[in-house]
Design a binder for this molecule. Sequence first.
Ligand SMILES: C[C@H](O)CC(=O)SCCNC(=O)CCNC(=O)[C@H](O)C(C)(C)COP(=O)(O)OP(=O)(O)OC[C@H]1O[C@@H](n2cnc3c(N)ncnc32)[C@H](O)[C@@H]1OP(=O)(O)O
Length: 724
Amino acid sequence: MAKVGVTLEVGSDGVAVITMRNPPVNALAIPVLDGLQEKIGEAMRRNDVKAAVLIGQGGRFSGGFDINVFAKIHQTGNLNLLPNVSIDLVVNTIEDSKKPVVAAVEGLALGGGLELALACNARIATSRTQLGLPELSLGVIPGFGGTQRLPRLVGLPKAISMMLSSKPIMSEEGKSLGLIDAIVPSGELLKASCLWALEIAGRCKPWLRSLHRTDKLPPLSEGRKILNNAREQAKKTAKNLPQHQACLDVIEEGIIHGGYSGILREDKVFRDLVLSDTSKGLVHVFFAQRATSKVPNVTDSGLKPRIVKKVAVLGGGLMGSGIATALILGNVNVVLKEINNEYLLKGIKIIEANVQGLVSKGKLTTVKAEKALSMLKGVLDYSDFKDVDMVIEAVIENVSLKQSIFSELEKVCPLHCILATNTSSIDLNIVGAKTSSQDRIVGAHFFSPAHVMPLLEIVRTDRTSPQAILDLMTVGKVIKKVPVVVGNCVGFAVNRAFFPYAQGAHMLIHLGVDVFRVDQVITSFGFPIGPLQLADVAGYGVSMAVRKIFADAFPDRIFEGPLMELLIKSGRYGKNNGKGFYIYEKGSRPRPDPSILPIVEESRRLANIMPHGKPLSVSDQEILEMILFPVVNESCRVLDEGVVVQASDLDIASVLGMSFPSYRGGIIFWADMVGADHIYKSLKKWSELYGSFYKPSRFLEERASRGVPLSAPVSSSAASRSRL
Ligand SMILES: C[C@H](O)CC(=O)SCCNC(=O)CCNC(=O)[C@H](O)C(C)(C)COP(=O)(O)OP(=O)(O)OC[C@H]1O[C@@H](n2cnc3c(N)ncnc32)[C@H](O)[C@@H]1OP(=O)(O)O
């Protein structure tokens, strides 16, 4: 039996059981869709069939249309690869069939998977089954009729919220909304669904066609009001994303002109959106994120991850407490060690506040919060370290302190214990220099706030064992992070690639560009905050320390304007002391602080880099490029040195660690969309005008001259320099 396809089996009760098979999630690949057309058609023609049940193999109904098809269309531009499903299969073959079809839904029904179920005459589900239409998160809208049938089953407001948020609901909620007809235990799903289908055929249960229903739809004027509110909301929350407004327009079409008309419009808009840059970026991110789980010589080496039950966190500062919070929320026992009672209590308080914050936002129940906090133990010595499986050190960035901690850890922890450090800047070989456990030493670089930011950069040296990496990757996944394995270098992948980000902003300010315009351009591009507000949030002390590290490592390409020093001298440290580029007041959005301008003027005067002493006149596009192209340039060096396994890892790291807009696909994907040639020529021009900060890297120059995308794998000679 082929691994991918559809089977039909007719039972003695006269019910045809039609099973979709495409492990692991029964994605609706073309052979599955063809198989459905064929087998459902056959069931409708056969005289021994009274009704049909649609089910997915292996406890999962379907994860939706095969996203690989989108990727193929993005590569080729060939829209003909999209099958005609919405009318031929979903309306004509399923919904308008002469015999009832019931969906037996287990595990998950997402996207096209749920849309098939919506077209069936009833839906029977197991408990805790995920139901959702996440298409907008891929830059498209539902394309198998979901925009029309979901509002008709659950009502307009709920349908809009499910589609615009892309978040699934559970079958229990689906039952209360009328999306699901009954919830049954897993072992009884097929039997109950067959019975339901027979009862519809026998007219003991209503024979409902979702597209024909209107009972849950509001009157036209109310519907328009709901849609207009959603449009206004989406303008704020989904800036730059065409699929949100398009989805609302398509829903409206169906409310005004009827479901079938809505289906036709949906099909057209769906096809237009598949080719949008947004869809290209988001589909790339979907696969890139999954590709981070495949690390050569680690995940393919046959090793099994060991269970990590207990982790010690050293240091209860902001990072240590955030890491401890993430661990206890993931059901991992944590021992938090500090050097004195005062610091320990401070750390525990931060953790409690982190957990409480999630409860207040409705993201965690009180019961789960209590359970999480019960997994935390504060200590002042190493006696509890004798049975820990992993230690994550998160003390201040001080080489000799870290070295002495690691040599101590080697003595007090069991032999299998992984010794991880959260350093963001110190070479791991130096951290572990005074131990003989280099194989167990690994970087666990979390991003602040560690219990919120999804990226976990796992830093390996040439001596870190594959087992230690695999175990840390597994812990990362348990605590719902996305682990990206990177090589050991100054700043690792993310901070290294983005070190020119703040400096690019400072360069522009000193060239005479308005401070707040810089942030505005960057937020219009899609970052949540600009580089100057980011400096406020991180604190100027941190910015100065980071700049020093990079200035030492890469003196040839650093821009050091005097602005930060002047700000600190005038008593400004950023958001922490309430004095930054912006004014921060509780309950309102940060406002630009005009009192910063004389300091900026003074800094410009001291730096004296404005051409002919006059402020540079630039467009918003140039501002964007003068900040992001240097980041692309440094990213090229990261690729050239083999710091990441593949270019797409840097995309994911930039999205999850730096909040680069996901719909632009990540830093390298975006750069390839812009074109290496344009980036190279721009940097070259600016390097001649403004100095070596902009000097194009060898890698960029080579790719641009050969017309090879930056994302293409590095050559074998470069791969031999890999740090992985
Ligand atoms: C016309 C329609 O309206 C359009 C659509 O239906 S678009 C598709 C809508 N569906 C989605 O967006 C769901 C996408 N998938 C997911 O969110 C998650 O994979 C999931 C919740 C289904 C399962 O998650 P999880 O168990 O963690 O497994 P995960 O690692 O993500 O996926 C397992 C494998 O299935 C693949 N996969 C999952 N959904 C897929 C899909 N819809 N198409 C193709 N492959 C898919 C993944 O790429 C991964 O492959 P890999 O092992 O080779 O890396």
